[in-house]
Ligand binder design. Structure first.
Ligand code: ISL
Ligand code: CA
Length: 559
């Protein structure tokens, strides 16, 4: 039989370096801080560490705006620190994956400085410059971070494209010189021994050459250019070229961040025979309903469990045998899953464990975001002054000044969906600043750290942390989790998420209860009397008719 690629058995842990561990008291997490915590990660049982960007950056978007792809951000340390981190990780059998941000650079990258200051330079065409129409921008597309995607440069009178902030100009992938630059920098890090890449907004590289006007957005004067920059005409050519020229020559893991893909499109990026990526992140479960309301996520439309199940089940079945799934609830752009999909008050521990079980028994490579293994929760800072995220701060101004939202209404959206929920510093202990820093943290901590922290969690066998560790170990011991088919049960049940995994030898039933009320659940016949492999409560009530407790989660093996 063909060898199974290592990344199909891996569990990935995402580190947001700025918020993970500070080692020198400047209030900012750094590479030496990560080195200090490698043993903790090893104990948890993860295999791969994905580091959000660690490269030189003016930090308009916390490192997602890169000014030098070959230099370490000085706040995070030096190249020697990085090499030591790589060595120390490898010595423990941990792999390191970096974040490739090449849809755009920083406006302080030397390429852009040259492109902007000298319209006749060879670098002009590294970016996307357009003349506009009668002094107006070429389109009314809206940026991800509010406002237009076009910025006028007074010197030449032309506009440059930035899908994100104006300090993140988009690279022109039509230019073969740009693609060669990217190939070279990817090779540079792979030659150092890096084990893989997470590729930021990788499905946005190819723009429609005509730049047509976008779709109207309800309640807005700007338009949605998504149809003309998501999954554009040359996207697969560009990714296949990157694979052929560089990736294919290394034993590495790749995951593309691809907002706005369906499973059918997803299979084109990660299909086993496509020569592109190993897997992708889709966003269908975390953006569910956002396009049905004005101002999208800030209005935080209600979620239903059948909606979430439908999306996840579709990805499970459509990629089975064709591509490979990435499994996640949390990342640095999302609110904390226990707050959004669980209950972060009286059932915080139970629901965080339940979300772990339901996610980690699906087919695919799981991604755990720092603090998720502790059941860290969203934060509600009392005023906007405490927030640092550019997306949040820009949206705040627009909602207030252009749409007349009052502060309370905006803050409600930020509390529910703002990205800083995930970015508050990691909780290591009950000491000052949770052991994150001896200085002043760059972003305030969540005040609940005396109760929720790694030290307490490791010491308590009933903690969320121990559940993650047990479930990680269990999934590795059961090939059916990697290989089996996925069948959703009771698609319309409003509070129970249950599914069967089957590889022809072993059948597993996974049950997650998304509610604080008790619930009767009828076991499928073949699981009556089956072995209980995982349970987030000390016992199970009932044999045929189970009495599920609030947020109970179970894994049973068929007789
Ligand atoms: O976070 C989002 C909405 O809240 C997404 O729209 C997000 O902007 C999109 O998924 C792209 O994210 C990635 O690229 C951005 C960066 O700000 C994000 O942190 C990164 O994950 C620009 O590089
Ligand atoms: Ca530091």
């Amino acid at each position: 039989p063909p060898a199974i690629p290592w990344w199909k058995d891996a569990v990935v842990y995402q580190i947001y370096p700025r918020s993970f561990q500070d080692s020198n008291g400047d209030g900012i997490g750094d590479l030496r801080g990560i080195i200090r915590r490698l043993d903790y990660l090893k104990r948890l049982g993860v295999d791969v560490l994905w580091l959000s960007p660690i490269f030189a950056s003016p930090n308009d978007d916390n490192g997602y705006d890169i000014s030098d792809y070959r230099a370490i951000m000085p706040e995070f340390g030096t190249m020697a620190d990085f090499e030591e981190l790589l060595r120390e990780a490898h010595a423990r059998g941990l792999k390191i994956m970096l974040d490739l941000v090449v849809n755009h650079t920083s406006d302080e990258h030397p390429w852009f400085i040259e492109s902007r200051t000298d319209p006749r330079s060879a670098r002009r065409d590294y970016y996307i410059w357009k003349k506009g129409r009668d002094g107006q921008p070429p389109t009314r597309w809206q940026s991800f971070f509010s406002g237009p995607v076009w910025e006028k440069d007074e010197k030449s009178g032309e506009f440059y494209l930035h899908l994100f902030s104006r300090k993140q100009p988009d690279l022109n992938w039509e230019n073969p010189a740009v693609r060669r630059e990217v190939h070279d920098l990817v090779r540079f890090w792979l030659d150092k021994g890096v084990d893989g890449w997470r590729m930021d907004t990788i499905n946005m590289l190819s723009k429609h050459p005509d730049y047509p006007e976008g779709r109207p957005i309800p309640g807005a004067t700007l338009t949605d250019g998504g149809p003309y920059f998501l999954n554009g005409p040359r996207i697969h050519e560009f990714i296949q070229e990157l694979h052929r020229e560089v990736l294919a020559h290394y034993d590495v893991m790749t995951v593309g961040e691809t907002p706005g893909v369906t499973p059918a499109e997803g299979a084109l990026y990660c299909g086993a025979e496509r020569g592109e990526l190993n897997m992708i992140f889709h966003f269908e479960h975390v953006f569910l309903g956002d396009d049905t309301v004005e101002h999208g996520k800030w209005s935080n439309p209600p979620l239903t469990l059948p909606g979430i199940k439908r999306v996840l089940a579709r990805w499970q079945t459509e990629l089975h045998g064709r591509g490979w799934n990435s499994l996640y609830w949390d990342n640095h752009d999302q609110p904390r899953a226990v707050s959004r999909f669980g209950n972060d008050r009286e059932y915080r521990v139970e629901s965080a464990k339940m979300l772990c079980t339901v996610l980690l028994f699906m087919q695919g490579t799981p991604y755990i975001y720092q603090g998720q293994e502790l059941g860290m929760t969203n934060v509600s800072f009392e005023s906007i002054e405490h927030y640092k995220d550019i997306e949040t701060l820009n949206a705040y101004k627009v909602l207030r000044d252009e749409h007349g939202w009052d502060t309370a209404r905006i803050l409600a959206g930020v509390y529910a969906r703002g990205r800083d929920n995930a970015r508050t510093p990691m909780h290591w202990s009950r000491e000052k600043n949770a052991g994150f820093t001896e200085g002043t943290p760059w972003l305030a901590l969540n005040p609940n750290y005396p109760d929720i922290n790694a030290e307490a969690a490791e010491a308590d066998p009933r903690s969320v942390w121990h559940h993650y560790r047990d479930v990680i170990a269990l999934r590795k011991a059961l090939p059916v989790v990697r290989d089996g088919t996925f069948t959703l049960l009771d698609a319309e049940h409003p509070t129970v998420f249950s599914y069967i995994r089957n590889d022809g030898h072993t059948r597993l039933l996974v049950v997650g209860h998304f509610s604080g009320q008790p619930e009767t659940y009828r076991l499928p016949e073949e699981f009556v009397g089956g072995e209980v492999l995982s349970n987030n409560y000390p016992s199970l009530e009932g044999t045929r008719e189970l009495q599920l407790r609030p947020y109970q989660a179970l894994v049973l093996r068929a007789r």
